[in-house]
Ligand binder design. Structure first.
Ligand SMILES: Nc1nc2c(c(=O)[nH]1)N[C@H]1C(S)=C(S)[C@@H](COP(=O)(O)OP(=O)(O)OC[C@H]3O[C@@H](n4cnc5c(=O)[nH]c(N)nc54)[C@H](O)[C@@H]3O)O[C@H]1N2
Ligand SMILES: Nc1nc2c(c(=O)[nH]1)N[C@H]1C(S)=C(S)[C@@H](COP(=O)(O)OP(=O)(O)OC[C@H]3O[C@@H](n4cnc5c(=O)[nH]c(N)nc54)[C@H](O)[C@@H]3O)O[C@H]1N2
Ligand code: SF4
Ligand SMILES: [Mo]
Length: 694
């Protein structure tokens, strides 16, 4: 019997990007553990990935190519050979490309975060083809843009420093579910005497465990940050030296903040003025004592109309109080821009036809775009979609339109997948992809500062094939002869980071494969002495770039599209705000089909406050119908004061086919976009709820 331990990386869309140790016995992966030596993983995995072998060896794994024989969406398929699959796809794409390759759309997101399986051979293929470009906005682009206007790049406080903070604001995140290894650091800070405050409309698992929970209305964070600025300035809880040396536009900010006294903020946010004042005082006075104050801001506050501005405003706060002076102070949104990815080497943009940039389709409006005819302002009607690393039928907003689009008889759809997802049910051809245990990859992260290597632990199951190899095979069928189409995964990985960049000077793929990880070369306190990556080199309270982009150059408040206050007419019909953050045991829509995890989540639920339930004669465990003008879905009511009055919460993202009505929360979400970054507004939704009488 042979047994070995293979170093791997969790591929999922999670900031923690854990280092894994995979035990392989006689060619079978028997256990996946967190690497105890990797500093942020610290030997701990979440419940989901601790079950990775259950997912990999799941009886429903797709193990050979399939061709659809039933109606689109029905899920009836038969096995075909790779040869038939590749020939069919190459013929269809060639015919469409002869008319206009922009009628072909790649649709992908972060099923794997790997740079090789996610962003290399597939991009080369679509660059050469001249396909439409995809604006990958579905998650993080609103806050990313807002943060960059202010700080210059998505660089912030290192997660490994948070344990030394004395005050931590957890702002729009639920790290116990979605950023566990940050939560471990916050717990350590708590043991060392730090105060933790959660800012979240919902009493999440995390909010429950913080010292204080500020339950503001969804989409009002920008106003709360303005209120904090008002109090910090009025009570002079400022770091004048830091402001003078490292910020731009303080005088204009002072004037703007004057417009936001705590009473006004309290009305907008649906909280008390005392909460606003106390939050600002906690933040300002802790900083005045020269103790580190840190903010972990995540995604919850971004998924509304003013999501970009909300993150911008919050990211102004550390500079006002000089929090950046400490390694454990400042703010973390994302660590992405610390990684000098070598996109040219990965994607070979020179393969595109010179001088012709294809049109861009926003993945967040795929529902509308699949239903559009050819038009001068749109370009050609979409005739083919190649989906990989994503499940748009479950995750994209306004799902009825997404389903209508994918159901078009004249649309040719290919889905590369591990499982027969809701999206795969609409495919013409389904291709079986390998999981992280079966292929090589290299990872950057968005929650810590280590470059990570994934070795293949086992041979591919059945006829499963890595994304890269699928696109290599397709490239060959299409007659693409450039040498980059025969580069293997190992060779691509070796070029993934730019070694001439100071952050990656130690990068060496062979060494990385052996060790598993390598920390970037970055200072502990990135902005202690200024050096922001903005045009002025300062933290920009006033942003000329924002003005040039048609935005208010100063922090402001942009009300939600759909809220009782901002849209009273709509609220007469649909008075409840709905949010749908991730369920702890799912990762977006991944793992929903893993029985042990689905059993823990039970069935789709809707949390609602006892007052809202009583007003509708709804009792705990009643089946309820949630609806608005866009659609309707069913869930089981959970009557609980975890949801503040006026708010309902549907933890997500369920596969539609596992719900009694074949639907999920995205039936009611909208395709309206955020103020910045063209991102979706999943948490900017009004609904009505009634007891289901079916
Ligand atoms: N277990 C698990 N982990 C995950 C994921 C998963 O699906 N499951 N998904 C991964 C991905 S792709 C992402 S992007 C992240 C997302 O994870 P987070 O960054 O934690 O973001 P969300 O879960 O969207 O929301 C977090 C909290 O924000 C709250 N919230 C909602 N609206 C607002 C608002 O307007 N203001 C404020 N202040 N709070 C609000 C929600 O109630 C929720 O408790 O997690 C990643 N990790
Ligand atoms: N209502 C609501 N909707 C949301 C959100 C929300 O909070 N509420 N969150 C949004 C956010 S933050 C995000 S990031 C998106 C997530 O949306 P997606 O990125 O689409 O995430 P998943 O639903 O996990 O789907 C990923 C798919 O990729 C597949 N996959 C994994 N690895 C591989 C591989 O190596 N090869 C291939 N071919 N396939 C692979 C998995 O099996 C899985 O089916 O959803 C968004 N939708
Ligand atoms: S999903 Fe996140 S916490 Fe879980 S193993 Fe992966 S990186 Fe770690
Ligand atoms: Mo996300």
């Amino acid at each position: 019997m042979s047994s070995s331990i293979v170093r791997a990386v969790c591929p999922h869309d999670c900031p923690d990007t854990c280092a894994l140790l995979v035990t392989v016995e006689n060619g079978i992966a028997t256990e996946v553990r967190g690497d105890p030596d990797h500093p942020t993983t610290a030997g701990v995995l979440c419940t989901k990935v601790a079950r990775y072998t259950e997912r990999t060896y799941h009886k429903d794994r797709l193990l050979h190519p399939l061709k659809r024989i039933g109606k689109k969406g029905e899920g009836k398929f038969i096995r075909i050979s790779w040869d038939e699959a590749l020939t069919t796809i190459a013929e269809r794409l060639t015919a469409i490309a002869a008319r206009d390759p922009q009628a072909i759309l790649p649709y992908s997101y972060a099923g794997t975060m790997g740079l090789i399986q996610g962003e290399s051979m597939s991009s080369r293929f679509f660059n050469k083809l001249g396909a439409s470009l995809l604006d990958r906005t579905i998650c993080a682009s609103a806050g990313g843009v807002g943060y960059k206007y202010t700080i210059g790049a998505r660089i912030g406080t290192d997660v490994e420093q948070f344990q030394d903070a004395k005050l931590i604001l957890i702002w729009g995140g639920n790290p116990i579910a979605s950023n566990l290894h940050f939560w471990m650091r916050a717990q350590e800070a708590k043991r060392r005497g730090a105060k933790l405050i959660a800012i979240d409309p919902y009493r999440s698992l995390t909010a429950e465990k913080c010292h204080q929970h500020i339950a503001l209305l969804p989409g009002t964070d920008a106003a709360l940050a303005l209120g904090m600025m008002h109090v910090l300035i009025a009570e002079d809880l400022l770091d004048h030296d830091y402001i003078a040396r490292h910020t731009l536009g303080f005088e204009q900010l002072r004037e703007r903040a004057q417009e936001w006294p705590p009473e006004r903020v309290a009305q907008v946010c649906g909280i008390s003025a005392a909460e606003v004042v106390q939050l600002a005082r906690d933040y300002g006075t802790t900083a005045q004592r020269s103790e580190p104050v840190a903010i972990r801001t995540n995604y919850g506050l971004q998924r509304v109309r003013g999501g970009g501005m909300a993150v911008r405003n919050v990211s102004c706060l550390p500079a006002l109080v000089g929090a950046w002076r400490h390694a454990a102070g400042g703010i973390q949104l994302s660590a992405s821009d610390g990684f000098p990815k070598n996109m040219r080497a990965l994607q070979h943009p020179e393969l595109s036809a010179p001088g012709k940039t294809p049109r861009t389709i926003n993945m967040s409006t795929i529902g509308d775009d699949l239903l559009k005819a050819s038009a001068p302002e749109f370009g050609p009607k979409i005739e083919a979609v190649i989906v990989y690393n994503s499940n748009p039928l479950a995750v994209a907003p306004e799902s009825a339109k997404v389903a209508e689009g994918f159901a078009r008889e004249d649309l040719f759809t290919v889905v590369l997948e591990h499982f027969q997802t809701d999206t795969a049910d609409y495919a013409d051809i389904v291709l079986p992809a390998t999981t992280q245990l079966e292929h090589v990859d290299i990872h950057s992260t968005y929650g810590h500062l280590y470059m990570m290597a994934n070795n293949a632990a086992i041979a591919p199951l059945g006829e499963a094939t890595p994304n890269t190899e699928i696109f290599r095979l397709l490239a060959a069928r299409m007659g693409y002869v450039e040498p980059c189409f025969s580069e293997d995964d190992d060779a691509i990985a070796a070029t993934a980071f730019d070694k001439t960049h100071v952050h990656a000077v130690h990068f060496d793929w062979d060494a990385l494969k052996q060790k598993g990880w390598q920390k970037l070369n970055m200072p502990d306190a990135p902005f202690a002495d200024g050096g922001f990556a903005t045009p002025s080199g300062k933290c920009e309270f006033y942003s000329a770039s924002m003005l040039a982009d048609g935005l208010d150059p100063l922090p402001t408040y942009i009300a939600p599209y759909e809220s009782v206050r901002s849209n009273p007419v709509l609220a007469e019909k649909y008075p409840l705000a709905m949010i749908s953050p991730p369920a702890r045991n799912f990762l977006n829509s991944t793992f929903v089909n893993v029985q042990s995890l689905r059993s823990t989540e039970g069935e789709p639920h809707l949390d609602m406050h006892p007052l809202d339930a009583a007003a509708r004669s709804i009792q705990d465990a009643d089946r309820v119908r949630i609806y608005n003008d866009r659609g309707t879905f069913l869930a089981k009511a959970r009557v609980t004061d975890k949801a503040r009055p006026g708010l309902v919460v549907g933890l997500s993202i369920w596969w539609k086919k596992f719900a009694a009505d074949g639907k999920n929360v995205n039936e009611v979400t909208s395709q309206q976009l955020t103020d910045m970054g063209r991102a979706p507004t999943f948490y900017d939704v009004l609904v009505q709820v009634e007891k289901y009488k079916g």
